[in-house]
Design a protein around this ligand. Structure first.
Ligand SMILES: N[C@@H](CCC[C@H](N)C(=O)O)C(=O)O
Length: 320
């Protein structure tokens, strides 16, 4: 007996970025029917292959309604068609975008030597990924404050715009909402004991028992962050902010890393510290460490957040 799914017979690539793992389908001409049900089935860790997300590599020109986007960014030949493990779509995935570039190179679709870049399309806009040996840096675009309805006039003043109640942690906690452009709510915790006490394991990343007030209309990813101060970078002499983080991803559950989540956490840390805050951050997640450059004014009009980390291709296989 073989599994009954619409992706039967297709080759997939398995890979990860700091253990945020993905299944990648190469479908340049958009010939494969990808349904939410099939994505959920193949991402299931028991009955399927198992992954936090599913990515289709497709030519941007093959997407319905992509003309205006391609006119604005003609170099974005390839589009990252990204799905969460439950089959829902998301605007952006930082870890998958590094793997996407590594797969383009490994599959011979775009040759990327050290120092070379590729611009890809995502639902959140164009993103440029640059190779530096085994590391990849993604230009994540602008961070935006995403205050929930009825929130504070300028959350930068207070440092928060919403509250979240997390199993295992007492009381509602203040959270700052940041869009990368996918939604994130960042909560600062006192120490590692609190981080360990948060009952994220086994949650689905959708709805109760994590309660937001007000409820983010499109749902949100949740980052629990322990600030660890900073250290001097011996190379640049600049301060580097340090933090440890756990994440509950929308449409997935707790994952071992989240690239957009690390960016949101770094922007929140910078916002909370205010003027003179570090422009670079190292965020430790259960699956490794990611570097985030936020610049001096990460929420400014021209700001660009940069995410740096590894991308690992684990193998290729064919679905029965
Ligand atoms: N793991 C990703 C984020 C994936 C999307 C997220 N679950 C959402 O629904 O917004 C990352 O590395 O950024």
């Amino acid at each position: 007996m073989t599994a009954a799914w619409g992706l039967a017979g297709h080759e997939l690539i398995k890979g990860h970025g700091t253990q945020n793992d993905f299944l990648v389908l190469i479908d340049p001409d958009r010939e494969v029917e990808v349904s939410a049900g099939d994505v959920a089935a193949v991402c299931d860790r028991r009955a399927g292959v198992g992954a936090d997300g599913f990515v289709r590599v497709v030519r941007t020109a093959r997407l319905p309604g992509a003309e205006a986007f391609l006119e604005a960014v003609p170099e974005a030949e390839w589009f990252m068609d990204y799905y969460n493990a439950d089959g829902s779509v998301a605007e952006m995935c930082g870890n998958a975008s590094r793997l996407f570039a590594a797969v383009l190179d490994a599959e011979g679709l775009v040759a990327l030597s050290d120092g070379e870049s590729v611009t890809i399309g995502t639902r959140g806009g164009a993103r440029t990924v640059t190779r530096s040996g085994d590391l990849w840096t993604v230009d994540m675009g602008r961070a935006r404050l995403a205050p929930a309805d009825g929130a504070l006039a300028d959350p930068r003043e207070e440092g928060w715009d919403t509250t979240v109640t997390v199993p295992g942690l007492d009381g509602p906690r203040a959270a700052l909402s940041i869009a990368m452009p996918n939604p994130h709510a960042v909560v600062a915790l006192a120490d590692d004991d609190e981080l360990a006490a948060a009952g994220l394991a086994g949650l689905t990343g959708s709805g109760a028992p994590v309660l937001y007030d007000p409820q983010p209309p499109q749902g949100t990813n949740l980052e629990l962050v322990v600030p660890l101060g900073d250290r001097l970078d011996p190379g640049t002499g600049e301060r580097v902010g340090l933090a440890r983080m756990r994440v509950l991803e929308r449409g997935v559950g707790e994952t071992r890393s989240c690239g957009t989540g690390c960016c949101a956490a770094a922007v929140a840390l910078h916002t909370w510290e205010g003027q003179g805050a570090p422009e670079d951050y190292l965020i430790e997640v259960p699956g490794g460490q990611l570097g985030v450059h936020v610049g001096a004014d990460p929420l400014g009009q021209d700001a660009v957040v940069l995410l740096t980390g590894p991308a690992v291709i684990v193998g290729r296989f064919t679905l029965a």
